[in-house]
Design a protein around this ligand. Structure first.
Ligand code: NAD
Length: 387
């Protein structure tokens, strides 16, 4: 399942010989046997432009303009052909910069007419969380495939309506869980699930940052109606996702606590901190933190009976580090960084071209929203909740 990039995982190892304080540079045998077809896929040249699928980006905010739109240049199967924005001059500026035909600029009112545009195959929703459901459903009704940003939506009912709309339209729906397409995270999954760490015992995952009221992209995040939740919905979701993709299991029990600094105006409507514990069927226990009140942290640690794995940063945009710690010392993996945004977009394009279910479909997003609601309930009631 997570083998998309195995072939790309080259390893040069820095070995710290424990006990002797001796540092040795060496090459160790690769755990990841490159599969020929995957190696070929990695070397695959980009498709000619006329064969690539056409994408429309909905919402020209910080993430769309700084990460997603520039990443089309690295896509092999996906190209940017349309923009949807409430700000026409801004859309025209990006259209000029990225070669989008101005006739393919839409606003939120005429968005539905995108149905009549055969150049658009896929719509990518990058709006505040509360708008994901409406624009996904309207996009599916316009007979387009959908990529939707995380969290999928505010409520379980909205997520289900999005899944139903895509099914009814016969179109794919994928949630943009970029970490599941990112090589360091894929390597961590492979290590954890192949038994290389021994029996998995525990996962600790921390995601935090300071919510910045001066940043326009953070203003809606402090508004419960638009964001749906606080740090948990925005970044704690990465801690939660990690426990699920590392174990390949679904949690059976949840306990949690929440805290927001009193009188901090940022947390009038949404929570600052959520710490939660999950129990998995194999016996793995996971401790996760989620915060809008501490400095940038994106760390995942996986403790096995034989070795510990640490990803830090784990879920950055362009910087990752994977270390395996065992009785033989600390071993830092040298894995080739790749543009995870291009990889995830091409994954959806490829799924559409081959009529396959994407790896992170709507059901994956729904499961996280369901679990996050249970985390809030556990924190509110002080009870351990059975899933
Ligand atoms: P942003 O505020 O920079 O962008 C949101 C865009 O939506 C803006 O252009 C804004 O004008 C537009 N918009 C339309 N209707 C609006 C309304 N009623 N209120 C407010 N804005 C409205 O935010 P962002 O950081 O780009 O986040 C957008 C989405 O992308 C969120 O769902 C977020 O969770 C997700 N995101 C994902 C990642 C990731 O790594 N996958 C990173 C950042 C953001």
């Amino acid at each position: 399942m997570f083998d998309l990039l195995k072939s790309e995982l080259s390893r040069r190892t820095l070995l710290y010989k424990a006990g002797f304080g001796l540092i040795t540079l060496g090459i160790v045998p690769a755990i990841f046997k490159p599969s020929r077809s995957l190696a070929q896929a990695a070397k695959e040249p980009p498709m000619p432009p006329e064969k690539k699928l056409g994408w429309a980006v909905v919402g020209l905010g910080k993430f769309a303009t700084q990460q997603i739109i520039p990443s089309f240049a690295e896509c092999k199967r996906s190209k940017l052909v349309a923009l949807v924005s409430g700000d026409r001059p801004k859309a025209e500026q990006y259209a000029r910069q990225y070669g989008v035909n101005p006739k393919n600029i839409y606003n939120y009112q005429n968005y539905d007419t995108i149905r009549n545009n055969p150049e658009v195959d896929v719509i990518y929703i990058i709006l505040p969380n509360a708008l994901h459901a409406e624009y996904t459903i309207r996009g599916a009704q316009a007979a387009k495939h959908i990529m939707c940003e995380k969290p999928m939506a505010i409520t379980v009912a909205e997520c289900q309506a999005m899944i139903d709309a895509a099914k009814k339209a016969g179109r794919k729906l994928m949630i943009a869980y970029r970490a599941q397409y990112e090589p360091f995270n894929l390597a961590a999954i492979q290590l954890a699930q192949s038994g290389k760490l021994g029996k998995l015992k525990s996962i600790v995952s921390d995601h935090g940052r300071n919510l910045d009221p001066k940043d326009p992209a953070d203003r809606w995040r402090a508004n419960k109606k638009l964001a749906g939740g606080g740090s948990l919905y925005d970044i704690g979701i990465y801690s939660l996702q990690a426990t699920r993709y590392i174990t390949g299991e679904e949690p059976t029990e949840i306990s949690a606590m929440m805290y927001s600094t009193p009188n901090d105006p940022r947390f009038r409507e949404v929570e600052e901190n959520v710490n939660f514990t999950l129990r998995f069927p194999s016996g793995v226990l996971a401790n996760c933190t989620s915060s809008y009140g501490y400095s940038d942290t994106k760390r995942i640690q996986v403790f096995g009976s034989d070795a510990t794995l640490e990803l830090d940063p784990a879920t950055d945009y362009y910087k990752h580090r994977l270390t395996v710690k065992s009785k033989n010392g600390n071993e830092e993996r040298n894995i080739q960084e790749q543009n995870q945004f291009a990889l995830e977009m091409d994954h959806l394009s490829e799924s559409i071209m081959n009529n396959k279910q994407p790896k992170t479909p709507g059901e994956e997003g729904l499961q996280d929203v369901k679990l996050m609601q249970l985390i809030y309930e556990a924190a509110r009631t002080g009870r351990t909740i059975k899933v």
